[in-house]
Write a new protein. Structure first.
Length: 85
């Protein structure tokens, strides 16, 4: 685990905020993704589905390789091992 600067800052999803205020939502997501990139982490863990979708889609849009997972996925992998491809 790596601490994230401004971890309490919105990712830009905020319910339907990314639909009603797309410019600001994109700016917030960029700020969040910049912080994530500075950690060097390749995986981002969030329990909020809206945040997961926003972070993953904005990362893909800017070509940032980032895997976004729910905490339960990490627990499952810790107990049962990685998924078989």
């Amino acid at each position: 685990m790596v601490p994230l600067v401004e971890c309490d800052m919105c990712c830009g999803a905020a319910g339907t905020y990314n639909l009603t205020q797309p410019k600001m939502a994109t700016e917030l997501a960029a700020r969040k993704l910049d912080h994530i990139a500075r950690t060097g982490a390749s995986v981002c863990v969030t329990g909020n589905v809206g945040c997961a979708m926003q972070i993953q889609s904005e990362a893909a849009a800017r070509g940032q390789v980032l895997r976004v997972v729910h905490p339960v996925q990490l627990l499952h992998q810790a107990v049962f091992g990685p998924p078989i491809s």
